[in-house]
Write a protein that binds this ligand. Structure first.
Ligand code: SF4
Length: 499
């Protein structure tokens, strides 16, 4: 199959070494020899393979990739040599990091993702070989990286046994200053009903905290973003074989080999057309559905990964894990809609609009612009919002007579009064549009959150009740109300000064 006929590559994952300084019991890369490291020439060939395609995101992982620091440096330098502004992420357990490595990472605009499950005890329980000393080292390295301006995130893997501590551990990671945390249920563990319920309840606590603190960006929800288009991942193992899904790394070598569709060595790349054809057929069907997310095609959720697992792990009961993935997708998508809407709001607050208003409602009298406003078109909160934007430029008086509202604007500086008045009208329109979007999005958000919460699990329905969801929604609206109150107060204060 020719390179040009490949679908878009979402991530090029490079699992450059099988060596690791920890031995986590939930490790996704269980069947590995813990010795093999990929030669640079092989990595170079796979990077060359993607160079004429839309640029993927690059992930350097392991084992523990920082144990092969020279190889990491060469790989980063090579990617940067052939791609403009590439997005490169290194996944690490944080132990081998030091000042020199942080400086290189910062200089090259590379992101760091730390695998850390919360406080020391939670880490030590499943990330075997974690000691007090190396835990403190990880924390120090996280703080140093953030202080140096490296974009840092972390993955918080939740083991079923630790589900009840999810909120506590999340708050612990936030207290370390980590700005973005990906919460993920451990994939290859047995999730019983009780643990599934516990995970959901704790995750909701995290969401409530984030909503009330007004920063949903702390939680990474990218796995739940609908993907536009037809994607594939390249998962390069340390032996140069390439898989389509990182969850397959957890399988024994002979099963993994069934899904190897590319083999890279020092001389070039060999394609296994038969496997590739089957995979592309599978992905085409998957992506013909609506709202396919990265979570749907890249994890243990994936149909063929599940099929292989169910053959070799009869005890696994993946239903609990799937239930959690469905829950995360359903709850995270509406929140992302809300989050995107919040950004939209900020843009509206600062954007300058084109000046195409007719000025028939504007009169200029004795140094004032007298603007007459129809309250059936522009409500009072909209007028207050528009007036607020003009506080720096003009003294403003609002009056109501014969059912019409009149705004009197007197410029503070030597401004063109007519232009000022026309800009004011544009701002009214701007806020009217914004207000309409608030209503529309509020209904959509409410509907989707309710559906998400009530349809994922009947026990959640019993536990949480409508009242609690209303509270969640009120938190979302609180910011709106406070904005309006603040605007009204500032206009009143400003008017008093101008009297
Ligand atoms: S640090 Fe990562 S690669 Fe190493 S054992 Fe733990 S999960 Fe596996």
């Amino acid at each position: 199959m020719k390179n040009e006929r490949f679908p878009k590559i979402k991530y090029l994952w490079m699992f450059i070494t099988e060596k690791c300084n920890l031995a986590c019991d939930y490790c996704f890369y269980k069947f590995r020899d813990r010795r093999t490291t990929i030669p640079f020439k092989v990595l170079k060939n796979i990077i060359d393979f993607v160079r004429n395609k839309p640029m993927p995101e690059f992930v350097i992982s392991g084992g523990e990739p920082l144990l092969e620091w020279n190889l990491v440096k060469k790989t980063v330098n090579y990617i940067k040599k052939i791609f403009e502004n590439p997005c490169i992420l290194i996944q690490t357990n944080g132990i081998p990091l030091d000042k020199e490595k942080i400086a290189f990472i910062k200089k090259n605009n590379v992101k760091l993702e730390f695998g850390i499950d919360g406080d020391f005890l939670s880490n030590a329980r499943h990330r075997i070989d974690t000691t007090k000393e190396n835990y403190e080292r990880i924390v120090r390295n996280i703080k140093n990286s953030i202080a140096k301006g490296v974009p840092v995130s972390s993955t918080l893997t939740v083991h079923p046994e630790n589900a009840g501590n999810l909120y506590h551990n999340y708050m612990h990671l936030l207290s370390l200053g980590i700005p973005r945390i990906e919460i993920t249920p451990a994939a290859f563990e047995r999730w019983e009903d009780k643990e599934v319920r516990m995970f959901k309840a704790e995750y909701l606590k995290v969401l409530k905290h984030e909503i009330s603190s007004g920063n949903l960006n702390n939680i990474s929800m990218e796995y739940d973003l609908p993907l536009n288009g037809f994607y594939i991942d390249l998962i390069v193992m340390a032996d140069g074989k390439v898989l389509p899904n990182w969850s397959l790394l957890s399988l024994p070598k002979d099963v993994k080999n069934l899904y190897v569709f590319l083999e890279v060595n020092k001389n070039g790349i060999k394609e296994n057309n038969e496997v590739l054809r089957k995979l592309l057929r599978y992905y085409k069907t998957l992506f013909s559905q609506k709202n396919v997310t990265y979570r749907d095609f890249s994890t243990f959720n994936c149909e063929f990964v599940y099929r292989e697992f169910s053959k070799i792990r009869k005890d696994l009961n993946p239903e609990g894990y799937y239930e959690l993935n469905r829950f995360l997708k359903k709850i995270n998508q509406p929140l992302m809609i809300y989050n995107q809407f919040s950004s939209l709001k900020k843009i509206y607050k600062t954007k300058k609009h084109s000046k195409n208003m007719i000025n028939e409602h504007i009169k200029i009298k004795e140094g004032y612009a007298v603007i007459s406003i129809n309250p059936e078109i522009y409500s009072l909160p909209i007028i207050y919002s528009a007036a607020y934007v003009f506080l720096d430029k003009a003294y403003i008086v609002l009056d109501k007579e014969n059912g019409k509202i009149t705004a009197y604007l007197k410029p503070k500086e030597n401004e063109d009064i007519r232009k000022l008045a026309m800009d004011f009208y544009n701002e009214l329109l701007n806020y009217a549009h914004y207000s309409q979007r608030v209503k529309e999005n509020h209904e959509i958000t409410k509907m989707i959150i309710q559906r998400a919460l009530f349809s994922t699990d009947s026990t959640i329905t019993q536990d949480i009740e409508e009242k609690e969801i209303e509270e969640l929604l009120k938190e979302l609206e609180k910011e709106e109300d406070e904005d309006v109150k603040e605007i009204i107060k500032e206009i009143e204060d400003e008017n008093k000064k101008g009297e």
